[in-house]
Design a protein around this ligand. Sequence first.
Ligand code: UTP
Length: 299
Amino acid sequence: MTSRPVNKAVIPVAGLGTRFLPATKAMPKEMLPVVDKPAIQYVVEEAVNSGMPDILMITGRNKRSLEDHFDRVPFIEQTLENKGDLDKLAMVRASSDLGEIHYLRQGDPKGLGHAVLRARQHVGNEPFAVLLGDDLIDAREDLLERMVEVQARTGGSVIALIEVDPEQISSYGCADISVVEGEDYVRVNKLVEKPAADEAPSNLAVIGRYVLHPAVFDVLEETGPGRGGEIQLTDALQTLAAAEGEGAGVYGVVFRGRRYDTGDKLSYLKAVVTLASEREDLGPELREWLKDFTADAEA
Ligand code: UTP
C-alpha cells in the first residue's frame, strides 16, 4: 500500500460538450463563465487548495482558450496597473499563479477512461486525483482532502457519492455499497450506470471527483469500449471493485456539502444564480431582482 501524499490532479477537458452546443463549438464547456470565472478555474483552485499543485489537463481540439486563461497577459495587467484598479489586477494575476499546469492532447475523444489513461506517463506509479469540470465543490468544503485520506487508509481507489432523490438516480452512475463498520467511508461493490429508479441498488450517485490508485491504468489498458462506444472510467472502476491484491478495491466518500452542478443547461443556470446570490458585491441586488422577477412572472 502506498501512502505518499497525492500531489497530482488530472482534469479531463476533451469532451465535446454536446449539451451546450452551439456555445461549445469553439471552446471547451469548462470555459463557460460561472459568474466571473470560467468553471475550470474553480476546479483548478480546488485541486491546488487541496494540496495538488501539479495539474495535468487532458485537452481536445480547443485547448487554446484554456492555456491563454491560465497564462499571464502583460498588457491587461499593465492597463489595470495604470488605472490603479488593484482589485481586478489581483484577480487577473491570481488566475495565472495557480500551481503548475500541464496540457496533453487526448487525440480522439474516446471517453473519460481513455482521457484518464493518457495521464499515465505524467502520473507514474502514485495515487492521483481526477476532477471533472461539471461539478463545482464549494471552496469551503474539504471533500478532496477526505478522499485522499481514505485512499491512504484503504490503499484502493476512492469515488465521491451524493445522496439524490430516488427518482433522480436514473441520471447518474449509481453505487451498490456496503457499510464499513466504524468508518466514514463505504465499500463500493458495484457501479450501475443510469439505472431505472426501481432497479437502482441505492440512491447514492457518483459525482466528478476521484482519487485513484495507479492500478487503474493497467485496467484501463484492458478496458474495451462500453456505453456509447466510449472507454468508460466506470467500467475500469467496476473491475477494480471486484479485484483483489495491490491497488484493488473501490471506496466511496459520501459528500453532503455544497456542490454546484454545471453539466446541463438548467443546473448550470441554477449554479450561476446560487453563486452570484451568495456574493457580497452582487447578492443583495440580485436577490431583490429575483423576488420581483418571480412575482412578475407569476402575475
Ligand atoms: P461528459 O460525459 O460530460 O461529456 O464527459 P462531455 O462531452 O463533456 O459533455 P456532453 O455530455 O457531450 O454535453 C465527462 C468528462 O469527461 C471529459 C469531459 O471533458 C468531461 O469533463 N471527457 C469525456 C474527455 O476528456 N474525453 C472524452 O473522450 C470524453
